[in-house]
Design a protein around this ligand. Structure first.
Ligand code: AMP
Ligand code: GLY
Length: 411
């Protein structure tokens, strides 16, 4: 088979790496890919939002399966266009991708189909939103409606913070804002392959959203991740599948919006049981970089199975993985570019490129999150230790990282 992976980050690097291990696959293309994927796949110089060029490439090369990484490409409707051209693609259509691209849409689906989540209200103007915050008090969560790369959310611990976040959100013309009840508990990411009402759940991961140690500072796309997560029991996972993922897929089907692709639920395990924080309609980043290296099953076979309505069981390594993100100075509010990165030969961990650029054989930073180093071990302690030994070997003056990835499960 020929497989095309769409995207250029760490998630797509991990998807391409896993796909290239499949005995079913003899060629993997990545559009546009990154310096990491260029080492074992063929990078194609097409941007991940250029759907016309992607479809033309897939037709010309007779691609058998396309896997889409970024939510932005899905929200643009790549799946609709590929299907119109009889090309097999794993992802949701544009109308279904609203589950991620509109917080308001996701909340309405959850409300209608009794999916556990925090109470909420959607606002179109600042004054009414402010009154609601005054009435509800803090802590409270402010979410801008559209796709924000993990950055449009403020978990406000004080009313003042909430009001400031509203001023910023409504400073953007025509913005819609969801104000949501604050959920207290243990957060984790559950990703499943899905097709209509069929589900293949994967083992869970724990993302670290805040930029600094101890979960301080603003939200980011994710600064590190480990998998599996000991604190999330089998019962909690079962509840998450049966109370969140399955009824959501059935609800979407009833709405005439059947889902295909990776469904990702951000879940809070609260004193009242599991509650949904958000849905994404693609694999997580950095979750993919920690979860896929533990998967023994063939990912491509799983995708083909689910698309044929087969709920296969996934085979997992017993090892734990721990991924530490190296980000550019200033991330998430700004990011630097063009700082040289040197990765010594003796680095043994898996490294996935998130935002790098190569020129004349040298590697440079090129974005907010730059690299993720993934250590594997018999347990989390060992995985963490291995990851950090290699993180410290990477030489670049403009990168920083959190020191405490995994500590939540070590305490
Ligand atoms: P989201 O983009 O909706 O996943 O939000 C980003 C992050 O903000 C989540 O991963 C949580 O850590 C936090 N968050 C979002 N909504 C809530 C909530 N209702 N209660 C507590 N924390 C939240
Ligand atoms: N790690 C969270 C996300 O992919 O949105």
């Amino acid at each position: 088979m020929k497989v095309l992976i769409v995207g250029k980050g760490g998630r797509e690097h991990a998807l391409a790496w896993k796909t290239s291990e499949s005995p079913l696959v003899n060629k993997v293309y990545v559009a546009p890919g990154n310096p990491g994927t260029s080492k074992f796949c063929e990078n194609i110089n097409i941007k991940d939002n250029d759907i016309e060029a992607l479809v033309a490439f897939a037709k010309k090369e007779k691609i058998d399966l396309t896997i889409v990484g970024p939510e932005t490409t899905l929200a643009l409707g790549i799946v609709d266009v590929f299907q119109e051209n009889d090309l097999k693609i794993f992802g949701p259509k544009k109308s279904v991708a609203r589950l991620e691209s509109s917080k308001d849409f996701a909340k309405k689906i959850m409300e209608k189909y009794n999916i556990p989540t925090g109470s909420y209200k959607t606002f179109y103007n600042l004054e009414e939103a402010k009154l609601y915050v005054e009435e509800k008090g803090a802590p409270i969560v402010i979410k801008e409606d559209g796709l924000k790369a993990g950055k449009g959310v403020t978990v406000a611990l004080t009313k003042k913070e909430a009001l400031e976040a509203l001023e910023i959100a409504f400073g953007i013309p025509d913005n819609k804002v969801v104000i949501e009840e604050y959920l207290d508990g243990f957060e984790f990411s559950l990703i499943a392959l899905a097709h209509e009402d069929k589900i293949i759940p994967l083992e869970v991961g724990q993302d670290h959203k805040r930029v600094f140690n101890g979960d301080k500072g603003p939200n980011t796309g994710g600064m590190g991740v480990y998998s599996p997560v000991k604190r999330v029991t089998d019962d909690v996972i079962k509840d998450s599948v049966e109370k969140i993922i399955r009824p959501t897929l059935r609800g979407l089907q009833k709405e005439g919006l059947p889902f295909t692709g990776f469904i990702f639920a951000g879940i809070m395990d609260t004193a009242e049981g599991v509650k949904t924080i958000e849905f994404n309609v693609r694999f997580g980043d950095p979750e993919a970089e920690a979860i896929l290296p533990r998967m023994k099953s063939d990912l491509v076979q799983l995708i083909l199975d689910i698309m044929e309505n087969k709920e296969t069981v996934v085979d997992w390594s017993k090892e734990t993985s721990c991924g530490v993100v190296l980000a550019s100075e200033g991330y998430p509010s700004s990011s630097s570019k063009n700082a040289e990165i040197i990765i010594p030969e003796d680095v043994k961990s898996l490294i996935f490129h998130m935002g790098t650029r190569e020129e004349k054989g040298k590697l440079y930073t090129d974005g907010g999150r730059v690299l993720i180093v993934v250590g594997k071990g018999e347990n989390l302690e060992e995985a963490k230790e291995k990851a950090y030994i290699d993180v410290k070997k990477i030489n670049c003056s403009k990168l920083f990282y959190r020191d405490d990835i995994g500590d939540k499960d070590l305490i």
